[in-house]
Ligand binder design. Structure first.
Ligand code: PLP
Length: 466
């Protein structure tokens, strides 16, 4: 429910009115849905809830990072920190970014923030005025559209993915972006995410080059969100917009420690952007959160290099955490491939994409939603209702595709971050059996029988987890 509907002005006590623009504010459903899952766990309705809804990392923060934080606390690094991030910390990040992106990034191009998310609002507040427009991918991480609509009073423009008619995978077509740019004036920002939440797809170098060319031609900035940049599989190597000559001037690079380093709850992120914009962000930061905590600043710094602060020295943890992270990323890849292959057992009822990066799959359930038993007997006609039913009637937690924009209608987002033996393997068996039952009750023939599920999954386990 929208806040503006829930808190109707004439019913508030005392009699005050809320900001009318709140009607444009959306949300990130995974937090509310997560609370529903917790409530069901407490109510013990199911022996276990299989968690495919989590946008959080499965692995825990690597131990060497935790040790730095302990040490910093023992050293009483507990007072206010530098509002932009200590220069040495920012320099460490700049060095790493220069090396990995192949472009000269300076300390002045970097600012620390509490998590990656604040970069979204900072960018809009710094650049978007009355009448300006913002483009977001659809489907995409819902906070872009939520804040874009809030600040432009519902004028957010959607770059909606096209569906491949054969396998229903999604693709963002450059011609569609050009069309939006041609038809609209005053476009200030495009939000672009790769590896992408919710699809787990990556945008290839050639397409990013076309986006870059458009940014320079039409003079808009790109909030380039590559917060999952290190979690990529096989040949799908991440390519940064910053690596394209001239794009440092047009890019606001949202990144941080949450996903790559399994640190979602710490709230450490950073932005790489033109110097002038970083200065504006700094002033906005002072007005919002004053500074990122000192402990977090030290931790963020040691991920990329040594840190010295107030007479204390903290060694870089970069080399120590490398093998830990490598193992985490390999496990993500195995789980993603296993899950995609498992969902494909029910093709063409369920059509799954291949995992490319992050820890999400975005299978299409449109053919399941058309099934008579689901559609007519149970009256479940949308991905939203399906996700709700799967949780409340079967203890399987997933997110509805349409929670990421109407371009996600008919899709379900599966996260495979959680533990393979506790959630992914038993959860997918449970899901397949439920889907087979629906197919049969609708009078259609499932590609495999319920009695074959255990053996088929065992074979896939052998294939992907060897
Ligand atoms: C694409 C994307 N961008 C940004 C964020 C926010 O990251 P953080 O938790 O560091 O604020 C998320 C979190 O799920 C995400 O999926």
């Amino acid at each position: 429910m929208k806040l503006s509907d829930k808190f109707l002005d004439n019913q508030l006590s005392p009699k005050v009115s809320i900001n009318p623009d709140l009607k444009y504010l959306g949300t990130e459903t995974s937090f509310g849905f997560g609370a529903e899952v917790v409530a069901l766990e407490i109510a013990k309705k199911f022996p276990q809830i299989y968690k495919f809804h989590i946008g959080d990392t499965g692995p825990n923060t690597p131990e060497p990072i935790i040790e730095v934080a302990f040490q910093a606390l023992k050293d009483k690094q507990t007072k206010y920190g530098h509002f932009m991030g200590y220069p040495q910390v920012r320099a460490n990040i700049a060095n790493y970014w220069s090396k990995t992106r192949g472009v000269d990034i300076k300390t002045e191009n970097v600012i620390l923030e509490p998590g990656g998310k604040p970069a979204i609002e900072l960018s809009i507040q710094a650049l978007v005025g009355d009448g300006d427009k913002i483009i977001v991918q659809n489907p995409s991480y819902p906070v872009y559209g939520s804040l874009a609509n809030f600040y432009t009073k519902g004028q957010c423009l959607n770059w909606t993915a096209r569906q491949n008619s054969a396998d229903m995978t999604l693709d963002f077509n450059i011609e569609d972006l050009v069309d939006i740019l041609e038809k609209n004036k005053n476009i200030k920002l495009l939000f672009l995410n790769t590896p992408q939440n919710p699809t787990g797809m990556m945008m290839k170098k050639e397409k990013l080059e076309m986006v870059a060319e458009l940014a320079m031609r039409y003079k808009f900035m790109v909030v380039f969100d590559d917060i999952y940049d290190q979690i990529t599989f096989g040949d799908n190597k991440h390519f940064s917009l910053l690596s394209i000559p001239g794009m440092l001037d047009y890019t606001i690079n949202l990144n941080g420690c949450s996903k790559n380093y399994a640190m979602t709850g710490w709230r450490i992120g950073f932005i790489i952007a033109p110097e002038w914009l970083i200065e504006i962000f700094g002033q906005l930061a002072v007005n919002k959160w004053s500074c990122v905590s000192r402990v977090n600043q030290i931790v963020a710094g040691t991920i990329f290099g040594d840190v010295d602060l107030d007479g204390y020295h903290y060694d870089s943890v970069a080399e120590k955490i490398k093998p830990i992270l490598q193992a985490d990323f390999i496990e993500y890849e195995k789980k993603g491939k296993f899950l995609s292959a498992s969902l494909k057992l029910l093709s063409p009822f369920i059509l799954s994409n291949e995992p490319e990066g992050a820890f999400y799959l975005f299978p299409n359930f449109a053919n399941i939603l058309k099934l008579k038993y689901l559609n007519e007997t149970l009256n479940i006609k949308t991905d939203k209702k399906l996700s709700h039913w799967l949780l409340h009637e079967h203890g399987i937690a997933t997110l509805a595709g349409s929670d990421f924009g109407d371009g996600g209608n008919g899709y379900i987002r599966f996260s495979y971050a959680e533990d393979r033996n506790k959630h992914i393997i038993p959860g997918i068996k449970h899901l397949l059996k439920i889907m087979i039952e629906i197919i049969e009750k609708s009078g259609e023939k499932p590609p495999i029988l319920q009695t074959e599920v255990e053996e088929k999954i065992r074979q896939l386990e052998e294939k992907y987890y060897e």
